[in-house]
Design a binder for this molecule. Structure first.
Ligand SMILES: *Cc1c(COP(=O)(O)O)cnc(C)c1O
Length: 241
């Protein structure tokens, strides 16, 4: 078991590494640290919150909603980063601030409707299957612009950018290519949509515990860190819900 001192040390180490990567690679935008808390109890989230973390990511609907409810008195921005089945979209629309894994206009329309009663838009990222892996969700880069163009017309969704999980077993050079391809896609998208939308496409969510420094060097604006903060997950997460 990790004690809270260790959690503090890990949090400080990740924050420092984030800062140093930005300096080393002359990145002049902030890089948000999303704490990925799947498999860890609400108490651990609260500990990390007390150390200063404000953005948390969950992968499973039921587990995530339970934590959102348990920690409702804290000022947390909740991100859903798992695969979302359309029959569970209502819970995400009601309880989360961000959905990073949007891949279809059908789901987007459904969420838009379900979000209306919350009154403020749900922030969304489109997930790109950048290495075109069969087992991974995410759209093909060629399908990005048509989907993005439809999403920006939905009043209760706010398109913020892109998210990807490159193949983690790739060699560093291949991984770098994938991260750079994402950076390129995000730049193009933000230019292409500049005239249609006033909301900036300002988010590039990529990089996890093992590769976040590389992701930062390739322009990530948000890194998603689980293990490097919380340690190994207490139990294997379920494959799907
Ligand atoms: C679990 C998960 C992470 C965090 O992974 P670590 O290797 O533990 O840092 C990041 N992004 C997504 C989409 C995840 O499912």
């Amino acid at each position: 078991m990790l004690n809270s001192e260790t959690l503090a040390q890990r949090y400080n180490a990740a924050s420092t590494a984030n800062e140093q990567a930005r300096i080393q690679h002359q990145i002049n935008h902030q890089v948000s640290l999303l704490a990925v808390s799947k498999g860890h109890p609400a108490d651990r989230i609260k500990e990390l919150y007390e150390l200063g973390a404000r953005q948390f990511g969950e992968n499973y609907v039921q587990e995530g909603v339970e934590k959102v409810k348990a920690l409702a008195d804290l000022d947390i921005e909740w991100h859903f980063i798992g695969h979302l089945q359309s029959n569970k979209s209502q819970l995400i629309a009601e309880h989360f601030d961000w959905l990073q894994t949007l891949t279809s206009i059908k789901l987007a329309r459904r969420l838009n409707k379900q979000r209306e009663k919350v009154g403020k838009p749900l922030n969304v990222c489109i997930q790109i299957n950048i290495d075109q892996e069969e087992t991974k969700s995410g759209i093909h880069p060629n399908d990005l612009l048509p989907l993005a163009n439809q999403i920006i017309d939905l009043p209760y969704l706010r398109l913020r950018g892109l998210m990807a999980i490159p193949n983690p077993s790739s060699e560093e050079s291949t991984l770098t290519e994938s991260f750079k391809a994402m950076q390129q896609l995000q730049r193009q998208l933000s230019e292409q949509l500049q005239e249609q939308t006033t909301a900036p496409i300002d988010t590039l969510s990529m990089g996890m515990s093992k590769d976040y420094e590389l992701a930062i060097s390739c322009g990530a604006t948000m890194i998603r860190i689980g293990t490097a903060l919380f340690g190994p997950r207490a139990r294997p997460a379920p494959n799907n819900e």
